[in-house]
Design a protein around this ligand. Structure first.
Ligand code: PGA
Length: 254
């Protein structure tokens, strides 16, 4: 069994005060939890404060997005170097909201992953199909395309530094979760793609999180699946009790 990785994607939520309070509650609740990797992904403007609070604690801090360029005239954007500079270790790349609302393509996602890795940031690459695509039996095709595009030109060493999050779009923020079996099947498919693109060691070592309406009630069944190595949690990560409950479930499978 791999060490599970539970990540909280706070999206565009919370005030600075609430974000700091939440992080303090998490620190208290996680006290000596080393069995599971835990990461939180606040909005850009709160990252520095949260990184400062979490210094010396065993919780990763990451951004929800980044720009693929090194520096320059890119108004409103944030580079990997800037994230690293303030203490971030991780970054979410290719979240479905960024793909759908901000037209991020697989080649942009690929450039962001490369920029993240060259700044020593660990990317969480999000993939997943829409309801329409699932209904049309295109789940595998979509996920395979997102992986091929997102991982283009990456070596096995680089890929081993990544986490992949399978997040079916129809399950995000809807309260509709993939069944544990449905999720496990796609996770196995993803791992097979990594195996055929790279090798068995890489496929075995990469962690694949499930995301989409994960909460303290369904976490046990999802995390108990053999191919599921953690969760990317949205809504339920905004409440310390539910997030800590999910982490506790993950401890059982780490
Ligand atoms: P959700 O979001 O848990 O609120 O469905 C997950 C995500 O978007 O990463």
């Amino acid at each position: 069994m791999k060490k599970q990785f539970i990540a909280g994607n706070w999206k565009m939520n919370l005030t600075l005060e609430k974000a700091k309070a939440l992080v303090k509650e998490l620190c208290n609740g996680l006290a000596d939890s080393e069995a599971v990797d835990v990461g939180i992904f606040p909005s850009f403007v709160y990252l520095k404060d949260i990184c400062d609070i979490l210094k010396g604690h065993n919780v990763f801090v990451g951004a929800q997005n980044m720009n693929m360029e090194k520096s320059g005239a890119f108004t409103g954007e944030v580079s990997g170097e800037m994230l690293r500079d303030i203490g971030c270790t991780h970054v979410i790349v290719g979240h479905s909201e960024r793909r759908a609302i901000y037209q991020e393509t697989n080649s942009m996602v690929n450039a962001k992953i490369k920029a993240a890795l060259s700044n020593d940031l660990c990317p969480i690459l999000c993939v997943g199909e829409s309801q329409e695509e699932r209904d049309a039996d295109k789940t595998r095709e979509i996920v395979e395309g997102q992986l091929s595009g997102g991982l283009e030109d990456l070596t096995s060493e680089q890929v081993e530094g990544l986490t992949i999050a399978y997040e079916p779009v129809w399950a995000i923020g809807t309260g509709k979760t993939a069944t544990p079996e449905q999720a496990n099947e796609v996770h196995a498919f993803i791992r097979n793609i990594i195996r055929s693109k790279y090798n068995d060691d890489t496929a075995q070592s990469i962690r694949i999180q499930y995301g989409g309406s994960v909460n303290s009630k369904n976490a046990k069944d999802l995390l108990g699946q053999p191919e599921i190595d953690g969760a990317l949690v949205g809504g339920a990560s905004l409440d310390s009790n539910s997030f800590l409950d999910i982490v506790s479930e993950a401890v059982k499978f780490s």
